[in-house]
Design a protein around this ligand. Structure first.
Ligand code: HSE
Length: 314
């Protein structure tokens, strides 16, 4: 077999995970930014022939260590494919961001191999293939970024063993502001600061708020979504990793956000707002967060966006 001339391009969106009470359980696809993964069939093996975009200089080209190729290989192996893949990775989501950078690369790589093998693999198996890559990069299997990245919308993982995932269409009027201050937080490091055990009162608190969040997403109740984003355990243990987090969250809610919280393992800062009040409200929330970091002399990237669809061929 010769190298194919046909390049397939996959868009893999950013995602926000945890969303208050749903540590390793809840995830939400974000319309932008996204990684673009390109690939073509080659006779055998996995080859990375290019990586560009923000933070790409620090990303390994070793196919056994790179998120895209680990996940793509898992799909090829499971489907007994008789070919390999050459990939080019265009990062739109910089690494160590808290908006699923490694998850987008893993999901994009898995989805690329899924398309190349005829789209036969069930989606829950595809998510688990992408999660193998997350295990390698973060030290733990967590699917709360790769699940929404592949399925789009809001996802819930009620069980890892056996694996089960639910997809819920989020409310159309749920506006998102994503802020990324110029610090790096590796998920593996952010998981090391977590407590090994939690008190029963925190378990009760998280169970109640996560149940309410699922109800709120299903019924489109933005007020209840805001009241459900509560975290007694994970953000408190990690907040020292994100400079000016509390000030940025307060600035966002003072500017009219329904709620603001740490995205994933940080340093991303998320805010939800009511899109019915106009995108200008999102812009005001974005400006309020930018001002916090400008006053602190720090760079911050901000997107005013909406919920996203999952991986797709472009
Ligand atoms: N649930 C994971 C964590 C997401 O918080 O460690 C990492 O993006």
């Amino acid at each position: 077999m010769e190298n194919s001339d046909e390049w397939i391009r996959i868009s893999a969106p950013a995602t926000t995970s945890n969303i208050g009470a749903g540590f390793d359980i809840f995830g939400l696809a974000i319309h932008e930014p996204a990684d673009i993964i390109e690939g073509r069939k080659i006779p055998s093996g996995l080859v990375i022939s290019g990586i560009d975009g923000p933070g790409s200089e620090g990303i390994t080209r070793d196919p056994e260590k790179n998120s895209v190729t680990i996940a793509a290989k898992a799909v090829l192996d499971a489907m007994h494919a008789d070919f390999g893949i050459e990939v080019k990775i265009h990062k739109g989501i910089r690494p160590c961001s808290g908006i699923g950078s490694s998850g987008a690369s893993a999901a994009g790589g898995a989805y690329l191999a899924y398309v190349m093998t005829g789209e036969k693999m069930p989606k829950d198996q595809l998510i688990m293939c992408a999660a193998q890559s997350e295990k390698y990069t973060s030290g733990a299997v967590h699917c709360d970024n790769v699940a929404p990245c592949i399925l789009g919308g809001f996802t819930v993982i009620p069980s890892y063993e056996p694996f089960e995932v639910l997809r819920i269409e989020p409310p159309k009027d749920l506006g998102l502001v994503v802020a990324l201050p110029d610090v790096m937080v590796a998920t593996a490091d952010a998981r090391k600061v977590l407590p090994k055990e939690v008190p029963v009162k925190d378990l009760v608190f998280h169970t109640g708020h996560s149940a309410a969040m699922v109800y709120a997403m299903m019924t489109g109740d933005l007020g209840l979504i805001g009241r459900s984003v509560k975290d007694a355990v994970f953000e408190p243990a990690r907040k020292h990793l994100v400079p000016h987090l509390a000030e940025a969250e307060k600035a966002a809610t003072d500017a009219g956000a329904i709620v603001s919280f740490m995205g994933g393992s940080g340093p991303a800062i998320m805010a939800f707002y009511d899109l019915k009040k106009g995108k200008q409200l999102g812009d005001r929330i974005a400006d309020a967060i930018k001002n916090v970091y400008r006053d602190a002399g720090m760079k911050v990237d901000v997107w005013v966006t909406v919920c996203g669809s999952g991986c797709r061929r472009i």
